[in-house]
Write a protein that binds this ligand. Structure first.
Ligand code: 13P
Ligand code: SF4
Length: 299
């Protein structure tokens, strides 16, 4: 299967992009693996005509929004991030009426529709940097409340309005369980994704995106780490750091949507160049503005 995948991607001019949360065996056959920001940037740079996305819908949508001329194929068209839908357009309009100067900042984990009603997108690795560059005092942060509160804490001069979206994977990492893991591994550093709740962030040593967590652990002189994000990152963490130990906090660090991607589905997508991700052109153009603005401001 791996040989067939390698041959077909060359023959059909396909680049395979994968997120760190997909299974290790899928990460292994991908051309590029990364966090959401890296994948959005790479989607613009790759020379191939076709992009095969191993990740959830919003990631494929971002690739299509930024590259209308390319064919974007999803390894699984039903792999969707529930948080991407957790904001609503009526509320955005109401907040805009209430605060005329407001900047609507949309976490990239969002539908193309939500992006189309926003001013700028952010990912977990560039959110503080991008929001800091916005002239508006009022920031309406959608859809993730936890990432919004993390950014707000770093930028006290801004006034944030929050939305109640959340990631069910990260919010199921509880402080009590993390305290037990710390007790069991007193030497370990705690590395956490900002989608976790504030009480978990407060007892963490480092907070960052998936790529930033992997970089931090790789550069650190420590030998043990407790990882507060989806278990898919363990593959790259262990590949890059054979001598180091990585512990999870509980068994719920598992994104069922990311785990829908299998080698069989990748092969099928390469054979058929389906399912293709398509977007209404008017929607694509509107959603392109905040995404492109993110790339410009994040640098
Ligand atoms: P990153 O941007 O850190 O890769 O996170 C994506 C994501 O879905 C987190 O749950
Ligand atoms: Fe969405 Fe959470 Fe899965 Fe990331 S881990 S894709 S935010 S459900």
């Amino acid at each position: 299967m791996i040989e067939k995948i390698k041959r077909l991607k060359e023959e059909k001019d396909v680049v395979i992009l994968a997120h760190y949360y997909v299974d290790g065996e899928v990460q292994k056959i991908a051309d590029l693996v990364g966090d959401s920001y890296f994948l959005a940037k790479k989607a613009v740079e790759v020379p191939q005509k076709n992009i095969l996305f191993c990740g959830v819908s919003f990631m494929g949508e971002s690739a299509k929004i930024l590259n209308p001329g390319k064919r974007v194929i999803m390894a699984d068209e039903y792999a969707d991030c529930p948080m991407a839908h957790m904001a609503d357009i009526d509320r955005i309009q109401k907040v805009r009426e209430q605060y005329p100067d407001v900047a609507v900042v949309c976490y990239v984990n969002s539908t193309a529709e939500l992006k189309a009603y926003s001013d700028v997108c952010v990912t977990s690795s560039n959110a503080v940097r991008v929001v800091d560059k916005l002239p508006s005092k009022h920031i309406f942060f959608i859809p993730d409340e936890n990432l919004g509160r993390f950014v707000a804490e770093k930028l006290p001069e801004k006034e944030f309005i929050f939305n109640d979206g959340f990631c069910h994977v990260h919010t199921s990492i509880h402080k009590e369980e993390l305290l037990k893991a710390k007790e069991a591994h007193p030497e370990a550093e705690v590395l956490t994704h900002p989608e976790c709740t504030g009480d978990v962030l407060a007892i963490s040593d480092f907070i960052g995106s998936t790529s930033e967590i992997i970089d931090y652990a790789t550069k650190s002189g420590k030998a043990e780490f407790i990882i507060c994000t989806e278990m898919g990152v363990f593959f790259e963490l262990e590949q890059k750091n054979p001598g180091k130990k990585f512990y999870s906090v509980g068994h719920r660090q598992f994104c069922p949507n990311m785990k829908k991607i299998t080698l069989e589905k990748v092969l099928h997508a390469l054979e058929t160049l389906e399912p293709e991700l398509t977007l209404d052109e008017k929607l694509r153009v509107k959603a392109n503005k905040p995404l492109s603005k993110m790339l410009e401001l994040a640098g």
